[in-house]
Write a protein that binds this ligand. Structure first.
Ligand code: MN
Length: 506
C-alpha cells in the first residue's frame, strides 16, 4: 500500500490534486490507526482499496480523497468540523452523501426495492457520491467472506438488487460484473459452482480453436488494410451466463458468447470496415448481427456484435468497437462526463443526451404531473448532466429532455427510513401519521408520537428527505377528525375516514 499507487492512477492530475490525495491518505491512515476489520486486516486497507477503485475509474481527486476519508466520520473518529477545516466543504459534502446512503438496508422482498433504488439516486445529490458508494461496496463484496453468514447474505442480496444494477446503468460494466459474480457466489453457491464449471469446461474446449480462428481474423484484417487494431478475448461473467442459461432452459449449446473475440479500432468507420471484412470471409449467423453503435443499449453501451461460422463446425461471437467505446463500457461514462475538462473532445453531448434521457425513466418510473418547480429540486448532478447535453441537442430532443426532467418526482416526493433502514416513499409535506399508515394501518390507528433522527416530535411535524422515523404507539391513542388535516396521503386519509365512520355508527 502506497499513496503513490493511487496517485499514479489519477488522470491528468495537477500538483494540487496530488497534494490533496496525499493529505487524505495520511489523515485516514492516522484516523484508522489500530482499527481492524472483521477479516483481521487493518481498517485502512478498506479505504485505501476504495480510493484505488475510484482512481481506476478515473474519478477526480476530490472523489478519490473522499474515498480515503469516507469512513472517518461515520465511525466517529473525526468530527465533521475537523473534515471541513482540513479538507473543505466539497469533501465533507461527498462524505456526508456516502454516509447517508449507508443508512439504507435491503433485506429482500419486492415491497421496498423500487423505493430503495430511487432513494439511492435521489440521495446521491452528486453523481460522485454514487460512484464512491459503488466503490466502497465493491471492496466490501471482495472481502465479504469475513462476515457472519446472515450479514453476508443481506449485503450480497442488496448488492445484486441495488448496486450492481446501478453500476450497470452508469455503464461501469467492469464493476457491475464483479459485483454480480461475487453476490451470486454467496447467494447461490451450488448454482455458482455449476456455472463456473461450465465456463471452465467450455473455455478449455474452445480456446485452442478460438485462438487459431483469431489468427486468421487478424491476418484478414491486416491484408484488407486495417493496420492499427487490438484484439483480445472477452469471457462472459458467471452470473450473466447463469441468467442466460436459465432463459434457454439450460441448453448450453444455444449460448454462443461464453467466449467472444473483441476487436478494438480507432474510428467508427473502421468498426464497420472490420465487420465488412469479416462477413466477406465468414458467413454470419442470421439474426445475430447487432448494431449497438447505431442503436446503443439503454445504459449507453455501443459496439457491433456478430456471430460467424468459422468453417470448422463451430460458431464464434465477435465484438467490434472503438477504444473510446471500450473505455466507456468498462469504466463508465457518467462518472467522467460531468467533470470532463473544458475543450477536451470526448463522447459527443448528443449521445449523452440520449443516454441521460434513458437513465432517468428507467430508475424512476413515475408518471408524476409536470411541475414547474421540479427543476429546482432535481439533484444538481442530474441537472448538470442535462445541461451539458442540451447544448448539442436538437430542439425536439431538448423538449424531450426537459419533459423527462419535469416528469421527475424529486420535488414531489420524499424518502424516509424506518429505524431498520427500509425506505418509505411519501409525498412532500407528509407527517408521522402518513408514515405510520404506510407501515401498517394498525400502526397508523395507534400513533401517539414519533422520534425523528432520535428526537421526539409531534405527529403533525413535516418529515424531510432521509429522516429516520420511529413511530411510538399507544393502545389508547386513536384517530380523530383533526388527523384528517395532518395526513397528506390518500391512503392515510382513507383509513382515518373509514375508522371514523365505523366508530360513529357504534
Ligand atoms: Mn466503507
Amino acid at each position: 500500500m502506497h499513496c503513490a499507487d493511487i496517485v499514479s492512477l489519477l488522470d491528468s492530475a495537477t500538483d494540487a490534486d496530488k497534494a490533496l490525495v496525499k493529505k487524505a491518505y495520511e489523515f485516514a491512515e492516522k484516523a484508522h490507526a489500530g482499527q481492524l476489520r472483521k477479516s483481521g486486516d487493518p481498517y485502512f486497507t478498506h479505504v485505501y482499496e476504495t480510493a484505488k477503485i475510484l482512481a481506476e475509474l478515473k474519478m477526480d481527486a476530490a472523489a478519490v480523497a473522499a474515498g480515503l476519508l469516507h469512513d472517518t466520520v461515520e465511525d466517529g473518529l473525526m468530527s465533521e468540523e475537523t473534515i471541513r477545516k482540513e479538507f473543505g466543504d466539497e469533501i465533507l459534502f461527498l462524505i456526508r452523501g456516502v454516509t447517508k446512503l449507508g443508512k439504507v438496508k435491503y433485506r429482500g422482498g419486492e415491497r421496498y426495492i423500487e423505493n430503495l433504488r430511487k432513494f439511492v439516486v435521489a440521495a446521491a445529490e452528486d453523481i460522485r457520491v454514487l460512484v464512491i458508494k459503488i466503490a466502497d461496496r465493491l471492496h466490501n463484496m471482495r472481502t465479504l467472506g469475513a462476515l457472519r453468514e446472515d450479514k453476508r447474505e443481506r449485503i450480497a442480496l442488496e448488492t445484486l438488487e441495488i448496486y450492481a444494477p446501478l453500476a450497470d446503468r452508469l455503464s461501469i460494466r467492469l464493476v457491475a460484473r464483479e459485483m454480480e459474480d461475487l453476490a451470486f457466489k454467496y447467494l447461490h453457491p451450488a448454482e455458482y459452482e455449476a456455472a463456473v464449471k461450465i465456463v471452465k469446461a467450455k473455455t478449455k474446449e474452445t480456446m485452442p480453436r478460438l485462438e487459431k480462428f483469431a489468427q486468421s481474423v487478424k491476418k484478414a484484417l491486416a491484408e484488407n488494410g486495417l493496420t492499427s487494431f487490438k484484439m483480445d478475448y472477452r469471457q462472459k461473467g458467471v452470473y450473466s451466463l447463469y441468467k442466460k442459461l436459465a432463459a434457454h432452459e439450460g441448453d448450453i449449446e444455444k449460448i454462443y458468447d461464453i467466449l467472444a473475440i473483441r476487436i478494438r479500432v480507432d474510428t467508427v468507420a473502421e468498426c464497420y470496415q472490420a465487420l465488412g471484412i469479416i462477413h466477406g470471409i465468414w458467413r454470419p449467423m442470421p439474426g445475430r448481427i447487432k448494431d449497438y453503435i447505431a442503436s446503443p443499449k439503454a445504459n449507453g453501451y455501443r459496439s457491433l456484435h456478430t456471430t460467424v461460422f468459422t468453417g470448422d463446425g463451430s460458431v464464434v461471437e465477435i465484438q467490434i468497437r472503438t477504444n473510446e467505446m471500450h473505455y466507456d463500457s468498462e469504466y463508465g461514462r457518467a462518472s467522467h462526463a460531468v467533470y470532463k475538462k473544458q475543450g477536451s473532445k470526448g463522447v459527443s453531448s448528443h449521445s449523452e443526451a440520449k443516454w441521460f434521457a434513458r437513465f432517468l425513466p428507467e430508475i424512476i418510473n413515475y408518471s408524476a404531473e409536470v411541475s414547474p418547480r421540479a427543476e429546482t429540486a432535481t439533484p444538481k448532478w442530474i441537472r448538470d448532466l442535462a445541461a451539458t447535453q442540451q447544448e448539442a441537442a436538437t430542439d425536439l430532443e431538448k423538449r424531450e429532455i426537459v419533459r423527462d426532467m419535469k416528469a421527475d418526482f424529486f420535488h414531489e416526493r420524499i424518502f424516509v427510513l424506518t429505524p431498520k433502514g427500509d425506505v418509505i416513499d411519501l409525498p412532500k409535506g407528509a407527517t408521522p401519521i402518513d408514515f405510520a399508515y404506510a407501515i401498517h394501518s394498525s400502526v397508523g390507528e395507534h400513533v401517539s408520537g414519533a422520534r425523528v433522527n432520535g428526537r421526539m416530535i409531534g405527529i403533525d411535524t413535516e418529515l424531510h428527505n432521509s429522516d429516520i422515523v420511529e413511530i411510538i404507539t399507544k393502545p389508547s391513542s386513536k384517530p380523530s377528525v383533526k388527523w384528517l388535516d395532518i395526513a397528506k396521503t390518500t391512503m392515510a386519509r382513507r383509513h382515518i375516514n373509514n375508522w371514523l365512520e365505523k366508530n360513529r355508527k357504534k
